[in-house]
Design a protein around this ligand. Sequence first.
Ligand code: NDP
Length: 313
Amino acid sequence: MNEELEKIECLIIGSGPAGYTAAIYAARADLKPVVYQGLQPGGQLTSTTEVDNFPGYPDGVQGPDMMIDLQKQAERFGTDMRWGIISEVDFSKRPFLVTSDDGKKVQAETVVIATGATAKWMGIESEARYNGHGVSACATCDGFFFRGQDMAVVGGGDTACEEATYLAKLGRKVYMIVRRDELRASKAMQNKVMNTPNIEVLWNSVTKEITGDGKVVTGALIENVKSGEVRQIDVQGFFVAIGHKPNTDLFKGQIDLDENGYIKTVPGSTKTNVPGVFAAGDVQDHVFRQAITAAGTGCMAAIEAERFISMAE
Ligand code: NDP
């Protein structure tokens, strides 16, 4: 039975900057990596437009184009790129038994988990319509496009506060749209927001609609849930910062996760609590969440997988 199983030295689950970078390094180390690309080949960057902060692209690059470049680079060194989703893992013993959604089972000596995280959205129609055209879930990525302009940030957690204070430095005015009458964020972040003169917090407020000219965002309709009053704000950038969900449902019970579902890694490395299983990118990082940091940890994961295999031999 076992003889029929495909044996893989390095299985990479996920195809964002972390997964593809792990593949480039693993392929060049002759680990013959197999990448399962998952639901959204290329990951979160395939739903953004301009990427201006990834080193090496002096004129910027479209997110989807960058991911095609990364895929091609991984393939150039012989990465086996596969459409499909991993639906089951068994990390209880090595080699690890992994099943894809078409029922295929493989045995992997090492696994790099790079399944990323998914930004949460409010779920209103206009939010999806203007995504990438004024609506964003990443201030560090897209704030620059709105410098000198007015912006809104939805959310009351640490991320929303951090994004609002970051955007306040770039823009003229930032509205924070908070659904309750208090912030969830840490006291330090709350103080930062309150001490930033060009942030106006709209308490007890929800977004009815993001308005635009059919091409880009021009404002939003905000309802005060206490008074029922609806007001129009004029903004060019609309940032949704209501949390992320790490894509780790598959690994529950197999690997240590933190209280928010992110994979726990040993500080300064991509090692998880299961020897031979490594985690890279946003699936283990709720702080930085950048393509370049994801790529960096993808590189680390491949190097650690290669070292793990050579020690095991
Ligand atoms: P959180 O889950 O902490 O906060 C989400 C915020 O969004 C809450 O204020 C919540 O409101 C609000 N919200 C949720 N859904 C909606 C909705 N549909 N419409 C409007 N508002 C909504 O997420 P964060 O991303 O802020 O933080 C995640 C974790 O990362 C936290 O543990 C945080 O402390 C940590 N973090 C730490 C940082 C740091 O230390 N520098 C920086 C960033 C994050 P409500 O409060 O009413 O539920």
